[in-house]
Write a protein that binds this ligand. Sequence first.
Ligand code: HEM
Length: 453
Amino acid sequence: MTYPPGPTSTIAKLAQTRAFFRGPLREMEKMHARHGKAASLSIFGERVLFLFDPELIGEVLVDRGGAFVKDNVTHSLSYLLGEGLLTSELPKWRRQRRLIAPSLNRRHIASYGDSMVSAARRYVDTLVDGEVRDVHADMTAVTLEIVTETLFGAAFSGAEEIGAKMDVVMHNFERVVRSWRRLVPEWVPLKPRRQIAEAGAVIEAKVRGIIRERQESGCDGDDLLSRLLAARDESGEGMDEDQIYDEALTLFVAGHETTANALTFGLKLIAEHPEVDLKLKREVDAALGGRPAKAADLPQLPYTEAVFKEVLRLYPPAYLIGRESTAEVELGPFTVPKGTTVLISPWVLHRDRASFDDPMAFAPERWLDGRTEGVSRYAYMPFGGGPRICVGNHFAMMEGILTLATFVQHVRLERTSREELPLQFAVTARPARPLRMRVVRRTTLADAPSASH
Ligand code: HEM
């Protein structure tokens, strides 16, 4: 029986666990450099396997997917999200996915394009030439508006309150899962758990309130909540209130911070690459001629799409995808015992020169000039892969493209410092500090910086 290599002595295991929690990306890159396709580590007694090989990853997510469930960190999110799509398992997950996926397919989400563009435009309109903004905080506010409007309708008030409570929940969730606290049984009321419960109760009251209101007023609207309420399975059954609540909250949580982080990283990269900014502006001006973007414009924005794909390559917000084996599994040359946590890092995969030439370069053209055509299906996976691929992936791509297009029409953002942005690897990868950028308002191509700068 072959098991992937890793540290053997207790001291070496502890040292590597500490290094992993302090800087997961750096540590995983080291493991990949040292051991190749796969490496192992025991984290607080839990057997963890890191996979760096696209073929083996495809086996875990698809071919041998039946032998894996989500990992225990994802499952512990059910403390907040109940049994929504993100945290549930078969057979429940399959029914839920069939009920929800149609509402998030390309055709259905086209009507959300206008909400995305209006939210981006409302934000752009607040920007004053020369002022310095915290772009991460701003993007969090913009994506919060987008997710609440598309999920609960334009009339919903309370997005900010839910957003603030959600911050409390996520912050405390981190404190539990990234420390010794994760070893303490769930019934022990540790302070972070109490804070999660208190903030969670406020969110629950608010969201259940709107679900009931909608049920009473009849659910013929166009927002996602109305579609969840109207969804029926093959036997004509819909979801009960608890299930609707879990799914609405899941979409809210999964669809908000990830896109905020991606847009933040995108604006940083565009500011650092004036030639990309210039090309973007040219494409957007040619496609839109100054009018607001719409979902129907997406085919005319291939470069903007390539930019967003490249942002998700270099800075995938979901930097770790976890599974746990429910049986002993043969994976290539390795035998993986039952109960092993398998971690897959899109971040490490996307920066691997075995798949991408000049992997650290921000080069959107690679998505248009054929260079990425031979890349393995599981070497680029910002949205995961297999049956549990992100159900919001089309939504997120549309949101990213339309929002970036709206920004470049009206403003350019400049970095105020040359320092590398420190990152925090929490549930998602995000800036560890505010990202301050200076606003330059523009109206014509002449306002874009010269590509030769
Ligand atoms: C750039 C933005 C986004 C990124 C990078 C992202 C990434 C991911 C990834 C990697 C997964 C798979 C996790 C796994 O296999 O364990 C996932 C699942 C999921 N995502 Fe996203 N996501 C994004 C935006 C969204 C949006 C906008 C929504 C909702 C509107 C959403 C809803 C979900 C849900 C519900 C799941 C669970 C799907 C299932 O298991 O059936 N995500 N996401």
